[in-house]
Write a protein that binds this ligand. Structure first.
Ligand code: MF3
Ligand code: CO
Length: 272
């Protein structure tokens, strides 16, 4: 069942989404080689609680941490751990909060030092694909329009692997609401998009093949070929004529640009 939000509810959700963006910006400030993802998880939990909210991932279906931190070939749902980050690692940080009863949930992938031009291109293209999907989150469209746009820009144009097993979702009073939002599909198919539908759109894109597997911890999802994977996620409200992005990457990007340890995407285009 799909829950449509009133404009007052959307404003509360914008607050929750912005808290996630602010938390990701705190992460962007401290990222550098030597930091452990467990330290980041602590910082994340504290920052969320200091802002009158609760980390929503903690204990969700038994998930044991406040964030998902997925390094290199980990696609999503990586456990924070005591391994120091290294130069050339890419790290996707996925954070969820509940504030005043409403969920925010999004993710951002950072490069710590230079992971090389192929991986930088994967990061840039996955972010672009997210925005191409968001462009389709308008009233009158369908979920398949979003899915198709993401798949076109990643699989068709660059030959990247689009993960099939994990999808985006509706967001609201619950972390996962209807409808599911796949990153692959056909235009004009799937649920109809109506004003007030809030979606977490989240491409998970592999440099190599699309196949993934879940580790014996029951959570960590890795690429089967162990090539790296990138994950970006935004919280978006469907409106008439345009999509309203509730999360705010600009807060994160300012800190990413200021941090000399973080590599940001130059406008590189590799010969295909
Ligand atoms: N952003 C992810 C999602 O939308 C993370 C949730 S997994 C959790 O599904 F268990 F950690 F909550
Ligand atoms: Co999500």
């Amino acid at each position: 069942m799909i829950h449509y939000k009133t404009s007052a509810e959307v404003e509360l959700m914008r607050d929750s989404a912005r808290l996630v963006s602010k938390t990701l910006a705190e992460v962007a400030k401290v990222l550098k080689p030597g930091v452990t993802t467990l330290e980041l998880d602590k910082l994340i939990a504290e920052f969320i609680r200091d802002n009158d909210a609760v980390p929503s991932f903690l204990n969700y279906r038994g998930y044991p941490f406040s964030s998902c931190i997925s390094v290199n070939d980990v696609v999503v749902h990586g456990f924070p751990n005591a391994q120091p980050l290294r130069e050339g690692d890419i790290i996707s940080v996925d954070i969820g909060v509940i504030k005043k009863g409403w969920h925010g949930d999004h993710a951002y992938t950072f490069a710590i030092g230079d992971p090389g031009p192929q991986v930088m291109q994967l990061i840039r293209v996955t972010k672009e694909a997210l925005y191409k999907g968001i462009e389709k989150a308008v009233a009158g469209g369908r979920v398949g329009d979003i899915a198709f746009a993401i798949q076109e820009h990643t699989e068709k144009k660059y030959g990247y692997g689009v993960v099939r097993e994990l999808v985006g979702h509706g967001l609201g009073k619950h972390l996962h609401e209807d409808p599911q939002v796949p990153n692959y599909g056909r235009r004009g198919t799937g649920a109809k998009l109506k004003e007030g539908l809030v979606l977490a759109i989240e491409p998970m894109i592999n440099l190599g093949k699309r196949e993934v597997y879940t580790e014996s911890d029951g959570w960590t999802v890795r690429t089967s070929d162990h090539h790296p994977s990138v994950h970006f996620e935004h919280d978006v409200c469907v409106k008439k004529g345009h999509a309203d992005i509730l999360s705010d990457y600009s807060i994160i990007e300012v800190e990413e640009l200021k941090n000399p340890h973080l590599f940001t995407g130059q406008a590189i285009e590799l010969p295909s």
